[in-house]
Write a protein that binds this ligand. Structure first.
Ligand code: ACM
Length: 261
């Protein structure tokens, strides 16, 4: 299975420019799966719901249709962050689409910093979806700092954690190596690059998107500033063997009576 990430610089408030760039960068991508950044169609630094409204989309319509079109055109699954509106609420959401028109939506569970002022906390719970011979687990950015996210997805059967990100702190890329090792799964972090300033909020995003294998090896990694699609061949079934030694099973050896948090 050939899996990858698309690292790029989404421009705040410039949806058409972002969709055009995604479409261009995914041309002839020759992958089975690509993970794109969080909120990659809209940019990140919203300060009000009035600003969010025109960039938002329902779980059917403009943005899902765009990703379905690219997935069909390139015969690849895509996982991407977008700004979802449902009724009066905005969600920091992630969409998984396959080339056959199927879609799954995950709403970010753990909101970061000022996201708490403008987004509703995700209410979908974690999602694992079978695609080709792999089980894909969905997570968004700050979900990484809670090991429960990766653990829950892994116990649900995920082989590959598809992690759409807009990272601003420098720790996550290292932590995802540990998430791989402690759950024996692949991880794909599709992060963004660039800076945004909106009133009092100025952020610089860390790039360094990466793919890790179940032993924590980094298979491919981008730098902090490049716009790039990177991909690698993996065997998802390797993630299903949770025997760490001949006597140690990652999940069955847990002593939950001592840490039932
Ligand atoms: C983040 O969750 N965007 C840091």
């Amino acid at each position: 299975m050939r899996v990858g990430f698309l690292q790029f610089y989404p421009k705040l408030f410039h949806e058409k420019q972002n969709l055009d760039k995604i479409s261009l960068m995914l041309q002839n991508c020759n992958t089975d799966l690509v993970v794109l950044p969080e909120l990659c169609t809209s940019g990140y630094s919203f300060k009000s719901k009035a600003e969010m409204e025109p960039l938002s989309s329902a779980d059917s319509g403009r943005i899902p249709d765009f990703f379905k079109h690219i997935a069909e055109r390139e015969e690849t699954a895509l996982v991407a962050g977008f700004l979802e509106k449902d009724g009066e609420l905005f969600y920091n959401s992630q969409i998984l689409v396959d080339p056959f028109g199927n879609q799954t939506i995950y709403r970010k569970t753990h909101l970061f910093l000022n996201e708490k002022d403008i987004f509703a906390p995700g209410n979908t719970g974690f999602k694992v979806v079978k695609y080709k011979n792999a089980f894909l687990g969905l997570m968004v950015c700050f979900d990484w700092i809670f090991p429960e996210s990766a653990r829950t997805l892994s116990i649900m059967g995920a082989d590959i954690l598809c992690h759409s990100a807009n990272l601003v702190m420098p720790f996550c890329q290292k932590a995802m190596i540990t998430r791989s090792i402690e759950n024996h799964v692949y991880t794909i972090t599709g992060n963004r690059i660039g800076s945004e300033k909106n009133r009092d909020q100025a952020l610089t995003f860390t790039g360094m998107s990466q793919i890790t294998d179940p032993q924590g090896n980094i298979l491919v990694k981008a730098d902090q500033t490049e716009e790039v699609l990177m991909s690698v061949d993996i065997d998802p079934e390797i993630a299903r063997n949770k025997m760490i030694t001949e006597k140690n099973h990652l999940f069955e050896d847990r002593r939950k009576e001592f840490y039932d948090l």
